[in-house]
Design a protein around this ligand. Structure first.
Ligand code: FDA
Length: 393
């Protein structure tokens, strides 16, 4: 093994692979290393095994960051269409599920195989199960002290991702390297993650566990509409994962379980037209049966609409259209799809992903403080940021 490379990339996930391919295509000698035996595990388990590999509409508005303009340049230079062209080149069949979300028809494994084939063609050397003991800056580059010995490079790319799902290889390595070289790190936080509750709310979730419905959920100024799922620990489903990225400890979220209906108006109208109709039956016309019954039980509204004063009807309606709840936390990194925060983008060039104060040191992918919404946006960031660095290393 040569002990000097043009580029060493630490982390063979989505962003590291893309960066390696692009650098290799430019004739750079690239060593791509990972501490795990199996690489790109997140691609394998993503999208329920079918990898939601991009989103047709990916744009800066789909990303959270302390520096919202940062992602623009990379996203513009490597777009969803560029990745789709690569997927087509490898004849991987795919489909749009909804709202621009593209999934493989068959398996996420195809995306991994495609990237590995591209990396091989680009001459990238890939090595798994490498432990990194230390990184030192030296004149003209970096010395990486690994379990295989010391290896030097002119450009070092950190692509070690965030903290989500430690059991498949996530570590805080990238943040520690950033700090070591004097870069600020925005405090990481689990995101795209189920929310948990206690007390009566938890009891209610347990009772309704497994039930799902369409909902609109608001936290502060952010609102998302999608499926909501009751679980044994609280709430999940795409709409909850989305809002979890905006939620912070102590904040409440507001759930509208019937976004297409003004439930108060509807029940008052029904009270006039069908006075003997029971409240639970009226609600079952707009909500799943168990949920409708649960709301009526909780508000002790079992009788006919005509027997309910309007003020009680307003209570039920609020439980449907304007349900204020306060999570006690999230399920954390064990189940989170991504990590918010990371290397402060004000410390990086948006053109190249290179650290401003540390020539030759690059950060790409999820380790950077750019976090996408649910729906293929996180992989697009991994491809785009990996590409940007790959053109420059
Ligand atoms: P990624 O985590 O992919 O790779 C980091 C690599 O670095 C890993 O191989 C790891 O082993 C290695 N590493 C870590 N520490 C190291 C160390 N100390 N030394 C050496 N190597 C080290 N996104 C999306 O757009 N569509 C989707 O469908 C999904 N679905 C999804 C499902 C689930 C269950 C999860 C957890 C996540 C998703 N995501 C997603 C998010 C997406 O997987 C994620 O944003 C990208 O994989 C990030 O790519 P990176 O390359 O930055 O990190």
């Amino acid at each position: 093994m040569s002990d000097t490379y043009d580029v060493i990339i630490i982390g063979a996930g989505a962003a590291g692979l893309m960066c390696a391919i692009e650098a290799g295509k430019r004739g750079r000698q690239v060593w791509l290393i990972d501490h795990m035996a199996k690489i790109a595990e997140k691609i394998r388990i993503s999208g329920g095994g079918r990898c939601n590999f991009t989103n047709l509409y990916a744009g800066p508005q789909h990303y959270l960051s302390q520096n919202p303009h940062f992602c623009k340049s990379a996203l513009k230079r490597y777009t969803p269409q560029d990745f789709i062209a690569l997927v087509r080149k490898h004849a991987i069949a795919f489909h749009e599920k909804k709202s621009g979300q593209l999934f493989c028809d068959v398996s996420a494994r195809q995306i991994i195989d495609m990237l590995l084939m591209e990396a091989q063609e680009a001459g990238v050397k890939l090595q798994t199960q490498v432990r990194i003991n230390a990184i030192e800056a030296e004149s003209g580059g970096y010395r990486v002290r690994t379990s295989l010995g010391d290896v030097c490079c002119a450009a070092l790319v950190i692509a070690t991702g965030g903290l989500s799902i430690p059991k498949i290889g996530a570590t805080n390595f990238g943040y520690e390297i950033a700090k070591k070289f004097g870069l600020n790190v925005i405090k990481p936080r689990a995101a795209l993650v189920p929310l948990i509750f206690d007390g009566t709310m938890l009891a209610r979730c347990r009772l309704l566990s497994g039930l799902s419905c369409e909902a609109e959920v608001r936290c502060g100024k952010q609102t998302f509409s999608d499926g909501l799922l009751f679980t044994h620990r609280g709430l999940s489903g795409p709409v909850i994962l989305q809002i979890s990225s905006c939620w912070e400890e102590g904040k409440e979220i507001v759930v509208n379980l019937a976004p297409q209906q003004d439930v108060y108006e509807r029940l008052i109208r029904q009270k006039q037209m069908q006075p003997r109709l029971h409240a639970n039956n009226a609600l079952m016309e707009i909500l799943p049966k168990r949920l409708a019954q649960g709301i009526c039980d909780e508000h002790a509204c079992s009788g006919a609409l005509s027997d309910l004063p309007n003020i009680r009807i307003a209570e039920i309606a609020r439980a449907c259209n304007d349900w204020h709840i306060r999570p006690i936390g999230t399920e954390g990194y064990r189940t989170a799809e991504v990590t918010l925060g990371g290397v402060d983008t004000r410390e990086l060039s948006s053109q190249t992903m290179e650290a401003r104060n540390q020539p030759g040191l690059f950060f790409v992918g999820e380790v950077v403080d750019v976090t996408g919404h649910l729906g293929g946006f996180n992989f697009q960031w991994a491809w785009s940021s990996g590409y940007a660095a790959g053109q420059s290393v």
